[in-house]
Design a protein around this ligand. Structure first.
Ligand SMILES: [Zn+2]
Ligand SMILES: [Zn+2]
Length: 251
């Protein structure tokens, strides 16, 4: 069995209801993280995910709401006595952010941090992952994760406008996790910050032939998540909006 944990599902600054972006996937006894926003290790602790069991961390881009939980998590791995290497797949500069933070705050690291670029991809006995470019305001990537034993593909977009690059990379996936920062009411704003609306995410899900769509990276301005669901379901029926601490079991 594998599980999908939505640790943080907010956009920008964390709120009481939605913390910054982070998702964990468990396969066999290993965990994989997609983004690591502020507080991700607290969410992991609440859900019983050990920092020692994280095999690899995939970062979509260097905006603070996706990376500011990373250095504290790496620091905690050392406190817990980690010796196994950790893979960090991230755009340029993210590894420096981790190393400098640990250096300045006087921490240490007793295990290897193996840094790879998203275009290198990643492969182990459980999963194989391909990074793909998305359409956002900085060097930004999405990840397509293939779960080997399940023959199941998950495509995570990170922050992006709905664009052809995402459609190409996510074609035929089982689960599409697409950002939906806003509803159509804030369409102009979504465009100017290079984000998506729920309806745009649903159009991508339909176009790629996904089985399920999860919406995440929700603005604090969305008071009722049902507004996102309603808007998306007009286009793509199998839509759910993610919430913090939501765990999905995939049999
Ligand atoms: Zn973001
Ligand atoms: Zn961003």
């Amino acid at each position: 069995m594998m599980k999908l944990y939505f640790l943080g599902t907010g956009a920008g600054a964390p709120t009481a209801r939605r913390w910054a972006s982070s998702i964990a996937i468990s396969v066999s006894s290993s965990y994989y993280l997609l983004d690591c926003g502020e507080g991700c290790q607290l969410r992991m602790s609440s859900l019983g995910i050990s920092p020692l069991k994280i095999a690899a961390i995939f970062i979509t881009h260097a905006h603070g709401d996706h990376v500011l939980g990373l250095a504290p998590l790496v620091e905690s791995m050392s406190h817990h006595g980690r010796r196994d290497p950790l893979y960090l797949i991230a755009p340029q500069g993210v590894d420096r952010l981790v190393e400098e933070t640990i250096r300045i705050t006087g921490g240490g690291r007793d295990f290897d941090l193996i840094v790879k670029s998203p275009s290198d991809g990643y492969d182990d006995r459980n999963i194989s992952v391909k990074g793909y470019r998305v359409c956002h305001s900085t060097d930004s990537w999405g990840y397509r994760v293939s779960i080997k034993k399940k023959k199941l593909d998950i495509c995570y977009t990170g922050d992006t406008m709905a664009c052809g690059e995402v459609i190409e990379a996510c074609r035929g996936v089982d689960i599409l996790i697409h950002e939906a920062t806003f509803t159509q009411e804030n369409e102009a704003e979504a465009r100017s910050y290079m984000h998506s609306t729920a309806r745009e995410a649903a159009r991508v899900a339909l176009e790629v032939g996904a089985r399920y769509l999860y919406l995440t990276h929700i603005s604090s301005r969305i008071k009722d998540p049902e507004d996102l669901v309603k808007e998306a379901r007009e286009v793509f029926k199998n839509t759910r909006v993610a919430s913090d601490m939501m765990v999905t079991y995939i049999l």
